[in-house]
Design a protein around this ligand. Structure first.
Ligand code: PBG
Length: 326
C-alpha cells in the first residue's frame, strides 16, 4: 500500500498513540552510573569538565548511593584514584585501596545495587599507561598477571562484576582463570571488548587523573576505522569467557553496537563516554541545545542501535526525567 491509501502520520496523532507504536524504550534498569572514588577523607572534588560529577572519598559515597538506590539505578561502575602510583601500578590490587574500600562500603549499605569495577592499570601507573612499560610500549603478557590480581582483589572486596578496560590480548581468560581458581566462578566479566582509541575520553582522563605521560593508547586501543576487527575482539572475548561485551564510545560507534548485537546476540553494553556527556552539557550551558531532550534522545539512540545497557554519566538525570514522565 502506498500514499494516499497509506499514511504514516495516522499513528503520530497524539502522545498515547505514539507511545503505543514506539519500537524502542529506555528504562532506568538499562542505566549504569560511573563513580570516581578517591583516597582520603571528606573529599568532594568537582570535575570541571563534567558538571554534576566529582571525585568522592569513600566516606562521601553514602549520599550519592542513596540517590542511586532511590532512583532505581541498578548498578554503578567504580574507578579509583589512588594515593600512590608506581611503574607497575601495584596499588591497583591494594586490599585497602579506594575501590576496594568503596565496594565494601557500598555492599554493606546498599546490597542490591550491583557494583561493577573498572579493571585497568592507567589510574595506578606513574606513566598513565594501561599496563607495564617495556621498551617504550605496554607489554601485553606481563600486564595480564597484574590485571588478574586487581580483578581478584575487587571480587574479594565484594564486587559483583569486573570490567577489564585495558585492551590487552588475553586478559579476559587471565581474569576468568584467576577468579575460577579462587572459587569465584559465578562472578561475571563485562569486557570492554571493542574499545577505540578515542578523543572522547578527554574529560575522563582529568577526572581519573589517568592521562598518559608519553605517547598515546593507539598500540592497544582500537583504530576508529575498523569494524571487522571489533567483531574479532568481541569473538575472542566471548571465547575467553566474557559474559557481557561492551562497545566504547557509544554515539560515534552506533554501527559497531548494532553489528555486535546482531552477530553475537550477547548481553551488550555501550559506554556513553565522558566527551559525549560534556558536549551536551557545554551546548546546553551555551543555550544551544535542550539538555534533557538531547540527553534522552542520545540514550534512546544507543538502545535503538542494540545496547542492552548503557554506562552513562547522565544516569541520575535520565532516571529523574523518566520518573517524572512515568
Ligand atoms: C581506563 C578507562 C578509560 C575510560 C574508561 N576506562 C580511559 C582511557 O582509556 O583512556 C574512559 C571513560 C570515559 O571517557 O568516560 N582505561
Amino acid at each position: 500500500m502506498n500514499f494516499p491509501d497509506y499514511r504514516l502520520r495516522r499513528l503520530r496523532k497524539n502522545p498515547t498513540l505514539r507511545a503505543m507504536v514506539r519500537e524502542t524504550g529506555l528504562t532506568v534498569s538499562d542505566l549504569i552510573l560511573p563513580l570516581f572514588v578517591t583516597h582520603g577523607k571528606g573529599v568532594v572534588r568537582p570535575i570541571k569538565s563534567m558538571p554534576g560529577h566529582a571525585q568522592l572519598s569513600v566516606d562521601n559515597l553514602r549520599k550519592e548511593m542513596k540517590e542511586v538506590a532511590a532512583l532505581g539505578i541498578p548498578a554503578v561502575l567504580l574507578f579509583g584514584i589512588p594515593e600512590h602510583k608506581d611503574e607497575r601500578g601495584t596499588s591497583a590490587h591494594d586490599p585497602h585501596g579506594p575501590v576496594q574500600e568503596a565496594i565494601k562500603a557500598i555492599k554493606d549499605k546498599f546490597p542490591a545495587v550491583q557494583v561493577i569495577t573498572d579493571v585497568c592499570m592507567c589510574e595506578y601507573t606513574s606513566h598513565g599507561h594501561c599496563g607495564i612499560i617495556k621498551d617504550g610500549d605496554v607489554d601485553n603478557d606481563s600486564t595480564l598477571e597484574l590485571l588478574a590480581r586487581e580483578a581478584l582483589s575487587h571480587v574479594e572486596a565484594g564486587a559483583d562484576i569486573v570490567a577489564p578496560s585495558d585492551m590487552m590480548d588475553g586478559r579476559v581468560a587471565a581474569i576468568r582463570n584467576a577468579l575460577d581458581d579462587e572459587g569465584h566462578g559465578n562472578i561475571p566479566i563485562m569486557s570492554y571488548a571493542a574499545k577505540y582509541a578515542s578523543a572522547f575520553y578527554g574529560p575522563f582522563r582529568d577526572a581519573a587523573e589517568s592521562t598518559p605521560k608519553f605517547g598515546d593508547r593507539r598500540s592497544y586501543q582500537m583504530d576508529p576505522g575498523n569494524t571487522e576487527e571489533a567483531l574479532r575482539e568481541v569473538a575472542l572475548d566471548i571465547d575467553e569467557g566474557a559474559d557481557i561485551v561492551m562497545v566504547k564510545p557509544a554515539l560515534p560507534y552506533l554501527d559497531v553496537i548494532r553489528r555486535v548485537k546482531v552477530e553475537f546476540g550477547y548481553p551488550t553494553a555501550a559506554y556513553n563516554v565522558s566527551g559525549e556527556f560534556s558536549m551536551i552539557k557545554a551546548a546546553a550551558q551555551a543555550g544551544w541545545l535542550d539538555h534533557d531532550r538531547a540527553m534522552m534522545e542520545s540514550l534512546l539512540s544507543i538502545r535503538r542501535a542494540g545496547a542492552d545497557m548503557i554506562i552513562t554519566y547522565f544516569a541520575k538525570e535520565a532516571a529523574r526525567v523518566m520518573s517524572k514522565a512515568g
